[in-house]
Design a protein around this ligand. Sequence first.
Ligand code: TPP
Ligand code: SF4
Length: 299
Amino acid sequence: MSATMTPNVNTPGDFQAKDYKSDLKPIWCPGCGDYSVVQGIYRALAAIGRPPHEIAFISGIGCSSRIPGYTTAYGFNTVHGRALPIAQGIKLANPDLLVLAAGGDGDGFSIGGGHIAHLIRRNIDITYIVMDNQIYGLTKGQLSPTSQKGRTTCTSPHGSLENPVNPLLYVLAYGAGFVAQASPTDLVGMAAIIEEAIRYPGFAFVNIQSPCVTYGEEAQQIKGLKAISETLESLGHDPSDRLAAMNLAQNYGTKLNLGVFYRNPEPAPTYDGLVRERQAQLSQGAPSKERILDLFIKK
Ligand SMILES: Cc1ncc(C[n+]2csc(CCOP(=O)(O)OP(=O)(O)O)c2C)c(N)n1
Ligand code: SF4
């Protein structure tokens, strides 16, 4: 790894996937889909080439939320469901950082579900990766907001009566500029999608079907996921067509459509960019810090 990197310069090739891998040994169950997701993240970051110290990787609480600790980026676990507000604060405090947020479906769409809308409407330049295993893994298999109706778990012993949240429709409906879905059944494709999401200038969402081998249903393991996988490319989907994306997003739960559902061909200005512009405008003609100090001392 090159030690003499200048900030904000993309230098693909200077970093390899292994440079983003921390010394911490993952403690996920053997076979958990999150192992594959972290590999996809290493590959995507290597392709982008930002040095680890220029990356902030924030998560909530859950098995999937351990992921920042397995990377060499700066970052931490926040409180369950609070990855996005913290990530947002970090991006606004230091817009030069590459900010990633990650967590589970419970973290993102149950307790944290109210935050996504506001990040999207502000269009803050953050990439949000959800490891959607349709269950609460860390707390031993309770019903999650994306669990299928009828699902039997320790908190729904007679079968769930609730309709699941559709994460893809959720973010599309709020107007996210980049919405994609990936799966550990296709590591190369997943890495490419994460890379594209990071490169997208604005809020980007990637839903990853990541099997929970311990509490997840049979149909949501690798074999089951492969059986229902279909790339959006093979369907001839045009990712600039938001309504077509919303239509296809309705397949969530029955088919596993992989690829980019929506990419705004004319990305809107980001909130972090607008804040910078406003700061520059407001500071025009303002006295310098030294001058302010002088005025204060004279009084
Ligand atoms: C405020 C708060 N409420 C509840 C919990 C308990 N809790 C920790 S992780 C979790 C759910 C984990 O599920 P998910 O976010 O889907 O991630 P996974 O473990 O499946 O990757 C819950 C309910 C907590 N730690 N803090
Ligand atoms: S409980 Fe499920 S989600 Fe958690 S580490 Fe094990 S397999 Fe992965």
